[in-house]
Design a protein around this ligand. Sequence first.
Ligand code: MG
Length: 369
Amino acid sequence: MNVKDPFLRPGWKNTAAVVVTGGTEMRLVTFQRVGNSGAFDESAPVMPLFGIGAPMRGQESGDGLFSFFGEEVGILSKDGTKILPIANTGISYPDMNTLLAEHNPQEMEVLRAAAEAMEAPGGFTEDSEEAVDTDYLAVGTQAKILSPIPVPLQDVICLGLNYTEHAEEAAVYAKDSFTARDRYPVYFAKRVNRSPADGDPVPAYADLVDSLDYEAELAVIIGKDVKNITPEEVQECIFGYTILNDFSARNLQTRHTQWYLGKSLDGYTPMGPCIVTADEFSFPPRLKISSRVNGELRQDSMTDMLIFGIDYIIADLSRGMTLRAGTIISTGTPKGVGMGFDPPKFLHAGDTVTCEIEGIGTLTNTISD
Ligand code: MG
């Protein structure tokens, strides 16, 4: 075995790690303004708005006026209470996908300065005060945080069985469906028609799903198109990280040879609450990751315990396949999912799942009927 070729080393992980420090934390969110009525209507018709390009949802307000609520990109304050729409900094992108594809270093510097100003003691710096003083939105009353990428450009690329103890619990549950392959990663895809946000319900599909399960995962967001990159080059293409709950219908997942259907039901890929830019963390990120169901701790691990590390995964995927800006790669889930218990602890309507990753936040969803 040639140790100079990481692609031939089973279990190879993160030997190319380079620690980056000193980044300015920036938390980007997709949000929607709350109208005067305070109501948010997901089912409101989508309206084209004078060529701006962003889909806008119209809503009839009480006084008969028709107001528009588009999806916008903003900077979330560290305490999670306020949002600065990036348009207020003079940078305008209709949505997160476009920002991921088209941002440049100069724009990122402007956004970082605005993010820093948000955290300045006493409120705002002298320079920034005029620009942003009246332009912050209060989370909840003025803005609803959506999934950071509500409509991914492509299916999410997922890692299966990428934490050792999770691979073991999966094999005990259904060996035929979860045969661990120690030499190469298990990749699969997850269709996401629309990603629920933190706080959004996740459907139970009780007539279809009898074994709904949760999987807390660190998701990597790619920030530039790459192909045929080495593990050492991977850091340059990572825009940031978010939390993804890889909800899974185990009965559908294990009924078919491929896991696709059991992973792809509408509403099964909540993400959020924000994308934290990559420079905030050392590489690979070494962060506590956990999940709780109705307050009970189920998963509890670290994001650097992956069998195949982030640098290996992305370099491996990029060999022969372009990874486009906006690509979401979910790195796998640790031990402690519902199928790992005897008897299994699957989810039912009314159950609440909270996934947490240190430095990113929490992602909470309740199962609906
Ligand atoms: Mg998963």
